[in-house]
Ligand binder design. Structure first.
Ligand code: SF4
Length: 993
């Protein structure tokens, strides 16, 4: 142990012992193949263990932090997981969820072998089957669909992707528009807001160099890039930067901030636009940036036609438009004092262009019009010129890298109307929350459904509709649940297919953790160790516990079998690049990618005398560009302008022709640049290549009132909440920092750390309702209710109650289904599409091969609140609007902790009510071609069939209701639904019948 590096990558003397020794945070990489250290579990005896340290990547959130796995060379057991100091994103650090991967691997409850249902769906009968049987069964179904030109009979429905590109590729090889995802319960609202501005759907804040950071929500401790972002925000704070957090709840992040701004949920836009007004009125905006990069000429064309198109006139108009958003107006709407609004505006102006910001879930995911809150936040970055700057925010595409795979397939030819219904032409991602309603309503039938690390019965709203749809064999013929752990959804599947955790699988991925680019390589560490030790492995399930597999190999095998003679054109994409005509091995897939598609990697590898694949196996990642090298890409000069014209008031450099079979995932396929001061520059991915303050797309597709960032009432606006009737806003979206979603249920350390989620109620509301800490509250939603313990705290804004969504795991049989570390045993009683869950027992100790299970000391499994929420699809972004107007009251005499009641009829009614807000595609296209889609079909697939078009122009700007009407249209009164106070649910059922 004579070498080593500290957490900043530098060698550091210890001050103790010999002078050439250093304090080591990590073993030096040249000793990773053979590393010896004492076993801490054997203390006080000194027992040496010899490890092979294999890098991989955490799979427990989308940050993809580096991990190192310590594989015991004698037993081949993974004994612990630590950080990978060579990973540019995480830099050796992890949150609690990374090292806790060891629990998931060793969980005595985990699924070790493929399971086939015996008896009725959801009956709990399972039998072990072979992977051979599974492959043949699914391949046969796929072959039927593809050979009959019904590719969309197959649906791939993904929860946690954790990889870039592999799934998109195999769907394209199948010619299938079957990509569905959880995104509209997660981030469609955040993405849409960014997307309409710039064509790029995520921000990449350069937190480390920011002087002021504004976070909407508890992003730091619970958001998308938890550990990599958190460590960089703290770095900036150490250098004197300030942080403001907008959140109705005093989160861990807010408690560390310089400003906590507890706005009323859904009013965040009023706050942001008031800040914008201050910046405009006090001339604190960046004149050059706005003049060069905002589509202000387009703005004037629409907002002030006839006005001379000068920048001065634009600023006048903009001041006029935003003049209504005074700090006093913001105070009235949000509850944040006007003086604080002005102070934050001045902080932002002083920090610019080193002003960072972020919104992902929270307000963007909670509210009707939440995507406009995102647009309003980005407006502040635009006005202050804090875009693409050091300390500012860049489009995420600048800080992300997706390598091209071997033999790229052509785009598919068909459109999947179920995932991309014409009613939601601007939805940012698939309308996944409506899927069970489409199945139950007869709009869809699914021949083959793959759910992959997806648990909609528990994580989505309206889980009872999912249960009803999934268990109906006439609606879903064959369902394979690909999952690393049991879930409430797997319970209703036909096959449960065990897939690996982070150290049990291959993937590549790259995320915008900072202002640089990197590519991570997840690998099955036991397999890698075995192969290095001379033990060949054909399939990863031979090296993983039981027969736990990885999806990559599964997809290759099942695709190969689905096209047995190559006549469907699928098999060609699964041939080896190195062995003509033979089936590709997963290792070859990555080997080809690393040799051919990753800039700089072959040279870096060669410098160490390694092949590119060996380099990635050694480091688990490669840095593609160093921090600080990717700023201001919009200013890049574009010199290749052959066969182009300059079009429109924004002088967009436009190609005269383009390939309709290869549409870019975002941005118009025919544009290459925009002319700024006479020079063609790359710009952004928007249609004009400018930052689109005025979105012609929104106006043309039926939403002219939202063409600019504006503020409109959310469905939980305070004007719609009557406390005297027991009404409050429920915040159900926040995370607990040590939990994932479904997958922390089988991590004993994480569950021990966090296993309860009381309803947070502020003191004045608790008094009004008649609740004290520990007492049971009944929370009534539009489709049912749940019973939960209250916690009275000043950490929540008055008028708002909150409960984290992480809890409430359940199972229907004592020793089967969801892990016992985290779930309650429940009774599920149904009557005419109404259901009641009642706990039989909470978490209890049990005997297993892990002695910890008999020492479980906690009993709380929480309450499954999501199942009592109806779907709330935002009519523009498609985002499920999570926040709920609820009635809160003390529990009734018959209520028990964690009781749940849901009315399936009412769930369908509410879905229809929200669906009525849409403004469908009515012209020749289903959707704007330039808008992002994860897997884009060919241009022809965008055409609406002639006989399905509504007469008239696509633009439906006339006669629309005002935006504030939308909130009123979906409002509801608790008294109407559940009867007068005190009516027990059984009586309600009888009354309705
Ligand atoms: S933030 Fe935590 S859970 Fe997410 S990838 Fe990093 S270590 Fe894993």
């Amino acid at each position: 142990m004579a070498g080593g590096i500290d957490r900043k990558g530098a060698r550091r003397p210890t001050g103790y012992g010999p002078k050439d020794r250093v304090l080591e945070s990590y073993p030096p990489i040249d000793e990773w193949d053979s590393w010896t250290e004492y076993d801490p579990g054997a203390w006080p005896r000194k027992v040496k263990r010899e490890y092979m340290i294999v890098p991989t990547v955490c799979f427990n959130c989308e940050s993809a932090c580096g991990l190192t796995a310590y594989v015991d060379k004698q037993t081949l057991e993974i004994r612990k997981l630590e950080g990978n100091p060579h990973h540019p994103g995480s830099r050796g650090r992890n949150c609690a969820k990374g090292p806790a991967t060891i629990n998931q691997i060793n969980d005595p409850e985990r699924i070790l072998y493929p399971q086939r249902r015996r008896g009725p769906r959801g009956g709990g009968g399972w039998e072990r089957v072979s992977w051979e049987h599974v492959l043949d069964t699914f391949a046969e179904k796929m072959h039927d669909a593809f050979a009959s030109n019904r590719p969309n009979d197959v649906m791939y429905f993904v929860g946690r992707p954790g990889e870039d590109g592999f799934a998109d590729r195999f769907l394209e090889t199948w010619g299938c528009d079957g990509h569905n995802s959880h995104t509209n319960v997660c981030s469609s609202g955040g993405r849409a807001g960014y997307g309409f501005w710039s064509g790029t759907d995520r921000p990449s804040p350069d937190y480390a160099n920011a002087k002021f950071t504004l976070l909407i929500s508890a992003h730091l401790e619970s958001g998308h890039y938890f550990n990599p972002h958190a460590q960089r925000i703290i770095e900036s704070k150490h250098r004197g930067a300030k942080v403001a957090v907008v959140d109705p709840r005093l989160s861990n992040t807010a408690s560390m901030a310089d400003y906590w701004l507890p706005t009323w949920p859904g009013t965040e836009g009023a706050l942001l636009l008031a800040i914008a007004k201050v910046l405009l009125d006090e001339d604190l905006y960046d004149h050059d940036f706005v003049r060069n990069w905002v589509n202000w000429r387009t703005y004037l064309t629409h907002r002030a036609p006839g006005t001379e198109p000068t920048f001065a006139n634009f600023i006048l108009e903009l001041r006029r438009e935003y003049g209504q958003y005074t700090p006093e107006f913001a105070e009235a709407e949000t509850g944040v004092p006007a003086a604080t609004v002005v102070a934050v505006a001045h902080e932002i102006a002083a920090a610019a262009p080193a002003f960072s910001s972020h919104i992902w879930r929270a307000a963007a995911a909670g509210n009707l019009h939440g995507w406009q809150i995102t647009r309003s936040l980005w407006l502040l970055n635009v006005l202050t010129g804090s875009v693409g700057t050091e300390g500012g925010v860049s489009p995420n595409a600048w800080n992300k890298f997706i390598p091209a795979p071997w033999r790229e397939p052509t785009a598919n030819l068909q459109w999947n109307e179920i995932n991309w219904p014409r009613e939601y032409p601007l939805a940012h991602n698939e309308m996944s929350i409506l899927y069970p309603h489409y199945l139950l309503g007869g709009r869809a039938n699914q021949a083959l459904l793959f759910t992959r690390v997806l648990n909609p019965v528990w994580t989505f709203p309206d889980g009872y509709s999912w249960i009803r749809a999934l268990r109906d064999e006439s609606r879903v013929q064959l369902h394979g649940a690909m999952t690393p752990t049991w879930s409430e959804t797997a319970w209703w599947a036909d096959y449960v297919l065990p897939m690996g955790h982070g150290p049990e699988r291959h993937d590549t991925h790259s995320y915008e953790t900072h202002a640089g680019r990197w590519l991570g390589f997840r690998q099955p560490v036991r397999r890698v160790a075995m192969e290095k030790l001379g033990q060949p492995v054909e399939f990863t399930y031979e090296a993983n516990p039981g027969e736990v597999w990885e999806e990559g190999e599964f997809w290759i095998e099942v695709s190969w079998r689905a096209d047995p003679d190559g006549s469907l054109g699928i098999r060609q994409y699964y041939e080896s690049p190195y062995r003509a005509g033979e089936k590709i091995r997963l290792e070859e897939y990555y080997r080809w990618m690393f040799e051919n598609s990753v800039p700089g990697l072959p040279a870096k590898a060669a410098a160490e005398g390694l092949e590119p694949l060996a380099y990635m196996r050694k480091y688990g990642c490669v840095e593609i560009s160093a921090p600080g090298s990717e700023y201001a890409q919009h200013e890049s000069l574009v010199t290749d302008t052959d066969e182009t014209d300059i079009r429109g008031v924004e002088q967009t450099v436009t190609k005269r022709s383009f390939d309709p079979g290869h549409l870019p995932l975002t941005g118009r396929p025919d544009t290459v640049a925009t002319v700024v001061d006479g020079v063609a520059r790359r710009g952004f991915n928007s249609p004009s290549r400018k930052l689109e303050l005025y979105s012609e797309t929104l106006a043309d597709w039926g939403w002219p009132e939202f063409a600019t960032p504006t503020y409109a009432r959310s469905h939980v606006h305070h004007s719609l909440i009557n406390h005297e009737h027991g009404e409050y806003v429920l915040l159900p979206t926040y995370r607990l920092p040590t939990l994932i979603h479904t997958r922390s249920g089988n991590a004993k350390f994480l569950t021990e750390l966090a296993h309860t989620h009381p309803l947070l109620v502020c003191p004045e509301d608790a008094e009004r309702i008649g609740l004290a800490t520990g007492e049971l509250a009944r929370v009534e939603t539009e489709i049912g209710y749940f019973v939960i313990k209250a916690m009275v705290t000043e950490g929540i804004r008055p008028g708002v109650v909150a409960a984290s969504h992480h809890m409430g795991r359940w199972r229907l049989k004592d020793d089967q289904g969801t892990d016992r570390w985290s779930s309650a045993l429940v009774d599920m009683t149904e009557e005419d599409d109404r259901v009641r869950f009642r706990q039989i027992s909470g978490v209890q100790p049990w005997k297993s091969e892990d002695s910890s299970s008999s020492k479980v000391w906690w009993s709380d499994a929480g309450v499954h609140q999501n199942i009592t929420f109806p779907v709330h699809p935002d009519p523009v972004s498609g985002m499920h609007c999570w926040h709920q107007k609820v009635r809160v009251r003390p529990a009734l005499p018959d209520d028990r902790y964690a009781d749940i009641y849901v009315d399936g009829h009412r769930a369908a009614e509410v879905a229809r009510k929200w669906e009525s807000l849409t403004r469908p595609a009515t012209g020749d296209l289903r959707r704007p071609i330039w808008l992002f889609r994860p897997v884009k079909p060919v241009l022809d697939a965008y055409s609406l069939p002639q006989d399905e078009r509504t007469q008239g122009a696509r633009s439906r700007t006339a006669g629309h209701r005002s935006s504030s009407d939308l909130a009123a249209q979906v409002d509801w009164s608790p008294a109407e639904v559940w009867g007068p106070l005190g009516t027990p649910p059984a009586a309600i059922i009888r009354r309705r019948e």
